[in-house]
Ligand binder design. Structure first.
Ligand SMILES: Nc1ncnc2c1ncn2[C@@H]1O[C@H](COP(=O)(O)OP(=O)(O)OP(=O)(O)O)[C@@H](O)[C@H]1O
Ligand code: SF4
Ligand SMILES: [Mg+2]
Length: 331
């Protein structure tokens, strides 16, 4: 039985859109940016769940809601069955420790005037992970975990390469012994060879420490490599979620099919039919009615233009939000 660590239920979030000069002149009010529109997903203990979707679909907004940088307008996020936004002070601190976010650019999140040792020591002491006397031994163990030499503790962030800085960001997250890591484009800024090293380190650490990971990335090959399950997000909604290998091999939702076919294949001999995405991604200020994908979908029917499809479970295949998933599958 899969144990649910994080349960995201019907989460919506709207940003106030900026008013352009023309809006101001015409006296038009600002329009809402509907970044998340009823996202539901469960994160199971010990898994890596990949989240994929075009730029602007709400991946980072979702990640930021999970670590409480944003509060959803509607819906609920439960951690070990407790509402993370209803928590009182003691639980607040424990949640911040147990669910750690790692960002794409650790340079901006690592204090440039503090050495690695100082950065990690601060994390240890803020969360009361150990006594002062135990700190040096803990720091060395953290360096061992992320495979950096111990003298890295004396250095400042600018003295490291991008990949090494990402190792320090991982060490900082691990310092507080989290249960869940949220990795938002963790390796996107790194060279491909370095990406592989960092991702493999993350997988190794996950196995050793029993971590649960939400892995957000543009690179579908990377997501396939690291994820047990994958969620495909489109305009702030999950349109398909399921076992990674099955979903990558046989995506069911027309959006997943187009997204995956537009990505470079893992197999150099793959002469698979390319579907490619047609049309522009609609603005989150102007989400189409019915199925939000209908303006780009070659399978759409009249029903698709009026009725919002909900996620439906398919035996052995995960869940798909499409009115015509069965017919498309059998076509
Ligand atoms: N702080 C903000 N204020 C206003 N709008 C925002 C804010 N943050 C995000 N948005 C908008 O919300 C939508 C979702 O953005 P988000 O950053 O979550 O997308 P994403 O899937 O992470 O994209 P990318 O792949 O480019 O990182 C976009 O339309 C974005 O412009
Ligand atoms: S519900 Fe209709 S428009 Fe939406 S993905 Fe399915 S077939 Fe296409
Ligand atoms: Mg993002």
């Amino acid at each position: 039985m899969n144990e649910t660590v994080l349960d995201i239920r019907d989460v919506s979030l709207t940003f106030k859109g900026k008013r352009g000069v023309l809006d101001v002149v015409a006296g038009r009010p600002s329009r809402d940016v509907n970044a998340l529109n009823g996202v539901s997903l469960e994160l199971h203990r010990g898994e890596t769940l990949g989240v994929v979707g075009e730029s602007g679909c709400g991946k980072s907004t979702l990640a930021r809601c999970i670590v409480r940088l944003y509060k959803p307008k509607d819906g609920e996020i439960r951690f070990n069955d407790a509402d993370i936004f209803a928590a009182g002070e003691p639980r607040d601190r424990s949640y911040n420790r147990r669910v750690q976010m790692m960002f794409q650019d650790p340079y901006s999140s690592l204090n440039p005037r503090m050495t690695t040792g100082q950065i990690l020591k601060e994390a240890l002491l803020v969360h009361r992970m150990c006594d002062e006397a135990e700190v040096p031994a803990r720091l060395e163990r953290l360096m061992d975990l992320v495979q950096l030499p111990h003298d890295a503790l004396e250095k400042l962030p600018h003295e490291f390469s991008g990949g090494q800085r990402q190792r320090i960001a991982i060490a900082r997250a691990l310092a507080v012994e989290p249960e869940v890591l949220i990795a938002d484009e963790l390796v996107s800024a790194l060279d491909v060879s370095v990406q592989a090293q960092i991702v493999n380190l993350l997988l190794e650490l996950q196995e050793r420490l029993g971590l649960t990971i939400l892995f957000v990335a543009h690179d579908l090959r990377l997501v396939r490599h690291v994820s047990n399950r994958v969620a495909v997000i489109y305009l702030g909604r999950i349109v398909e979620i399921g076992d990674s290998e099955t979903l990558f091999a046989r995506p069911m939702h027309p959006y997943s099919q187009a997204l995956l076919s537009a990505a470079p294949s893992l197999d150099p001999d793959d002469k698979g039919k390319k579907i490619h995405l047609e049309g522009e991604l609609p603005s989150p200020m102007d989400i189409p009615p019915g199925c939000p994908f209908h303006v780009r979908c070659r399978h759409k029917t009249t029903k698709c233009t009026t009725d919002l499809p909900l996620l439906r479970a398919f035996e052995g295949r995960g869940s798909v939000a499409c009115h015509h998933a069965e017919e498309i599958e059998n076509a």
